[in-house]
Design a binder for this molecule. Sequence first.
Ligand code: GAL
Length: 414
Amino acid sequence: MKRWLIGLLVACFALSMFGSGQLEIFSWWTGGGEEEGLLALIELFNEQYPDVRVINATVAGGAGVNAKAVLKTRMLGNNPPDSFQVHAGEELTDTYVITGYMEPITQYLKDWGVYDKFPPSIMEICSYKGEVYSIPVNVHRGNVVFYNMAIAKEIGMTSAPRSMDEFRYYLQKAKDKGYIGLSLGDKDKWEAGHLFETLLLSTYGPDRYNKLWDGSQSFDHYALRKAFERLASLVPFFNSDHAALTWQDASRLVYEKRAFANIMGDWAEGYFKTMGWEPGVDFGWFAVPETQDTFMVVSDTFGLPKNAPNRENALRWLQFIASVEAQDTFNPIKGSIPARMDADYSKYDVYLQWCLDDFATLALSPSIAHGSAAPEGFATAMNDVVNRFITTLNVDQAIQGIFFAAEDEDYTIN
Ligand code: GAL
C-alpha cells in the first residue's frame, strides 16, 4: 500500500479515536462555584480530546431561570446544542423525552460498562419507559441551612437546631445582635420556592411529600397550611431587599458576616469554597430543621438531543461525564456528591462526606424548584404563589394558589 494511503488511514483512525470538530455544551453554570466546576470538567475533557473545540454555551441565571427558556426555543427550532444540562425527573421527561426531542442512551451506557454504576433511585428519574435518557453528573442536596460560624459562636449555638422552634430561637438571637437572621435572594423567584419546598418537606414528611407526585397524597392536607405558616414565621428574619438579590447575593451576606444563615442547595457550598471559605471552619451547615430524615435530591444530568450537530462528540462528552475521573473532578468543586457509586470518596471534604452518608441512609425526596418532582408549569406556579405570599402573608390565598396549580398539572412521576 502506498505510504500516503497508510498515513491517511492512520490519521483517520486517530481522529476517530480522539475526535475533532466541535462540541457545544449548554448550561447555566456561570456563577461562583458552578463555573469553576464546569471549567475543570471541560479542561479534563480537552486533555482527553485535545482536538475537539468545546463551545461552553451558558445562559446566566440560577436554577436555569433564563437558560431553560433559551433551550426550549432552540429545541423547538430544531437547533439543539450537542448536549445540555437538565434536571433528572420531570424536567427531562415531561419537557424533552415525551415530546420526542431526545435519543435513548441505554445501550451506550451498557457498552461503556457504566449502566449499573449509578444509584437505581437516580437512574429511575433519568429514564422513561425503561430507556435511559440522560447521565447524572452529580447529586445536590436541597434541604440545607448554611451558616456563618463566627456568628453561631456569638449567639451561643453549639449544636444544630433540630426543631423549627429552636431554629427561630437562634434566628432571633442573631437578629437581636443586629444581623440578618436568614438571608434570602429571590430575585428570580425560584429561590423562595426552594425555601418553601423544604418547609413542605418538614410538614408533610418524606412519605407524604413523595406521594404528592404520584397523586396518592392530596395537597389538601393541613401540612400545606402549616408550611405556609412556617414560611410566615421566617419572613421577619429576611433581609428587606431580598427581591433584588440572587442566590449568590444571599450567600454572600452570610460570607460577609451580615447574615447568620441561608437555606439553599449545596451549590452554595461550592460558592463559599470559591470565596476561600473552609467547611467546618468558616461555615457550618445542618439539614433544614424537621427534615433531618430526608435528603432532598437535585440532580444535574446531560443527555443526547436528536439531531445533535456533533453527535459523535456529544457521545464522547456523555461517556466522559459518566466516568469516575470526571465526576471526581467536577463534584468536589461544585459542592455536590458524585452520582457514580464507585467514586473516590476521599476526594470529598467534610461537608460532602456528610452528604455522602446521608444520601446512602436517608429517605430521598425530589425537588420541585429544580425540576424533579413536578412539571415546570407547577414549579413556576408554586414559585409565583410563594413570592406573592412573602409580601401578602395571606395563607388562604396561597393555599388556593397551590390547589389551582396542582389541578392544572398532571405531575405523576413517570
Ligand atoms: C440548580 C442546579 C445546580 C445549580 C443551581 C443554582 O438548579 O441543579 O447545579 O446550578 O441550580 O444555579
